[in-house]
Design a protein around this ligand. Structure first.
Ligand SMILES: [Zn+2]
Ligand SMILES: [Zn+2]
Length: 168
């Protein structure tokens, strides 16, 4: 994967963002003829990519943090799929991990913390929308939280549009 060759560049300071996004669409032109099958294929491809990147991070990452993206509209499935990738890659539990733009739950945090002792949680304005995520954030050691500034226009958007926002 060409992406992993960047790890040899000393200017590279972090890996990612990479992860699972169950809100993203397939690349079919026009109307998708098989949305369910396409959806599964997109997820499989994302799992493969994340697994490959984690393998590269373990072997060549040199301690650089891996920035993880998980988005699923609140179901928690993206976080489960991503954590499954960490479980399958030997040594991945030792990585420094930044789960960016966190929108998960208490259960997500517990499962991730158990496997990933060097986990940090990125907080954005999107993290503060769901009561379940606010509850989860309240239980995290503040030294594990990373605050991310967002463009002011984002704060004016309605909930539900976050999955289409760039860089989320
Ligand atoms: Zn499709
Ligand atoms: Zn993201």
């Amino acid at each position: 994967m060409a992406f992993l060759q960047q790890l040899r560049d000393p200017a590279c300071t972090a890996i990612g963002e990479v992860g699972i996004d169950l809100t993203s669409n397939c690349s079919c032109a026009g109307q998708c003829p098989k949305p369910a099958e396409c959806r599964q294929q997109v997820t499989r491809d994302q799992v493969t990519t994340l697994t490959t990147v984690l393998q590269g991070a373990v072997v060549e990452g040199g301690g650089r943090p891996v920035i993880i993206h998980c988005k699923d509209g609140g179901s928690g499935r993206a976080a489960q799929e991503a954590l499954g990738c960490f479980r399958r890659v030997p040594g991945a539990s030792t990585l420094a991990v930044h789960w960016h733009c966190f929108t998960g739950s208490v259960e997500d945090i517990e499962a991730w913390r158990q496997l990933l002792p060097n986990l940090h949680i990125g907080v954005t304005v999107l993290s503060l929308r769901a009561p379940s995520t606010r509850l989860a954030l309240g239980g995290i050691d503040p030294s594990r939280l990373l605050l991310k500034r967002m463009p002011p226009t984002w704060c004016l958007r309605e909930p539900g549009l976050e999955s289409t926002a760039p860089g989320s």
